[in-house]
Design a protein around this ligand. Structure first.
Ligand code: FES
Length: 146
């Protein structure tokens, strides 16, 4: 392979990986929503979990909600029409912001893992995540931040 061929091959490789990374980012960011806070509740319309495709409705497993006054985002898991969990994405070890991988939240700092109900599954963290009470009213989740 001469220099020109090498650069051409590498160039396509780099381009492919850049496209891959940006596609991954757009996937993950599509689930992060900025939501209104009213009183002490952050409001998440249930429709935010819906995915319409070919005339049928599917549901996202979770959405991540944020608001400028929140220091950490909140991950809201959907289990059924009436069952949800709202978890502060703050590691109980040293406070790093967690990342969501399907049904788990993982800490990028030292590797702690929590399940979708906020329970600790592996350390070094020892405590469960902060869980917020949820009331459903008018097809909206009212997540109490008190
Ligand atoms: S801050 Fe999360 S495991 Fe250490």
């Amino acid at each position: 392979m001469n220099r020109k061929e090498f650069l051409k091959t590498c160039g396509f490789g780099c381009l492919a990986s850049l496209v891959g990374v940006s596609m991954l980012e757009s996937c993950s960011s599509s689930q992060v929503l900025t939501k209104e806070i009213k009183g002490s509740d952050i409001l998440v319309p249930i429709v935010d979990f819906e995915i319409q495709s070919e005339g049928k409705t599917d549901y996202k497993k979770y959405v991540i909600v944020q608001n400028e006054i929140l220091q950490y985002p909140i991950c809201v898991y959907r289990f059924s029409t009436t069952e949800y969990s709202a978890l502060l994405m703050k590691c109980t070890h040293q406070g790093a912001e967690l990342q969501v991988f399907g049904d788990k939240l993982q800490c990028p700092a030292h590797g702690s893992e929590f399940n979708n109900k906020g329970d600790i599954e592996s350390g070094p963290a020892q405590g469960d995540l902060r869980k917020f009470p949820i009331i459903i009213e008018n097809n909206t989740l009212k997540i109490s931040l008190k």
